[in-house]
Design a protein around this ligand. Structure first.
Ligand code: ZN
Ligand code: ZN
Length: 351
């Protein structure tokens, strides 16, 4: 056991809240439901599926046909949560309540024409192209006058509600800034005013000083499990230099970041030799016209599993109270991930 203490509270500087680390409870008896093996063991999938709405050349529910794409493919979501067609004439609510049209644009971005690969199985060059596509989407959508933020995220796995395994992410260009990002932007700005430091740089410095939670590092990018992780396998992937978004990265920085991202997702899949479920979110600065020069772009992974067959349930402390209770110690979990191979298990077994 590293350090000895398994029971303490840790300050989350980006959210400005406490996380209760109570890892001494991790092996408490569990009488509830565990995930069935069908949720974990996936049958071998074909490269192309006739009724998949994301495969090349297929017709979607809207009647539109996908291009016969060979790399990355982006289209406007057929079931958008925000969009130009959202109702403009709304009923005014009572009293202090407010409403407004759900303006913005929602898109879907396919990583690959191949139905049966995941982000972790893409080649490094394909991940580089993906970073470029994300960068361009953020720039294009963020430039629209009604858009104040562009949220790019991937939900992966049935346990986070994704039924179609075709590798893809979603893009929500919204007329408001999502709460987590709004908080991070405000925290970062205040920290800079108070200390003259970039908050994320101080986080990186503390992580490197300690070293136990750094999972991978190259010249300009880093992967770590933060000291204040709320989920058992929560990790951040980031460039070492501060850029508010992907647009600021040089070609070399993009390549290093692609490698770091690959090293992370490959380890996730290798952990239990299965496609590892997660919510991956790109934390880009808002595009609301304010100065976000001290906002440090990074990618956050929030995996819902705390054991191979056990979900982290959000309950009283998290949903009711709003703070997280973690049953695991980040130092232990980071070591677990660090010890894994950087070669994907499917490629490993080919040899
Ligand atoms: Zn498909
Ligand atoms: Zn963040």
């Amino acid at each position: 056991m590293s350090g000895g203490v398994k029971w303490e509270q840790r300050w989350h500087p980006l959210r400005e809240e406490w996380v209760i680390v109570a890892a001494h409870r991790q092996d408490r008896p569990w009488h509830g439901e565990t995930l069935s093996s069908s949720a974990r063991v996936q049958p071998a999938l074909p490269e192309y599926v006739e009724d998949c709405y994301l495969c090349p050349g297929n017709t979607r529910v809207s009647g539109k046909r996908n291009e016969n794409y060979s790399g990355i493919f982006v289209f406007d979501n057929d079931h958008p949560c925000v969009g130009p067609n959202a109702p403009k004439e709304l009923q005014p609510p009572a009293g202090l309540y407010r409403n407004r049209p759900a303006e913005g644009l929602a898109r879907v971005l396919c990583y690959s024409p191949r139905h049966n690969v995941t982000l972790a199985e893409l080649e490094l060059a394909e991940i580089e192209s993906l970073l470029v596509a994300w960068r361009d989407q953020y720039a294009e959508l963020g430039a629209r006058p009604e858009v104040r933020h562009v949220l790019i995220f991937e939900n992966k796995g049935e346990v986070v509600g994704v039924s179609n395994p075709h590798p893809h992410c979603q893009i929500y260009a919204t007329n408001f800034v999502f709460k987590t990002i709004e908080n991070e932007a405000a925290t970062t700005r205040r920290y800079y005013e108070e200390t003259g430091h970039v908050l994320f740089q101080d986080i990186l410095q503390a992580e490197r000083e300690d070293g136990r939670r750094v999972i991978f590092e190259n010249a300009s990018a880093i992967v770590f499990m933060p000291y204040f992780a709320r989920y058992a396998y929560e990790c951040y992937v980031a460039p070492k230099a501060t850029h508010p978004g992907l647009s600021g990265l040089s070609v070399e920085e993009l390549r290093d970041l692609a490698e770091a991202l690959k090293m992370m997702v490959v380890r996730y899949d290798n952990l239990w030799r299965m496609p590892f479920p997660y919510v991956m979110t790109l934390h880009h600065a808002p595009t609301d016209g304010a100065d976000h020069s001290t906002f440090h772009f990074h990618i956050e992974f929030h995996p819902p599993l705390r054991k191979r067959d056990l979900l982290k349930y959000l309950a009283g402390p998290e949903i009711g109270g709003g703070n997280f209770l973690s049953d695991t110690l980040p130092e232990d979990k980071a070591q677990e991930l660090k010890a894994l191979s950087g070669v994907h298990y499917k490629k490993d077994s080919d040899q």
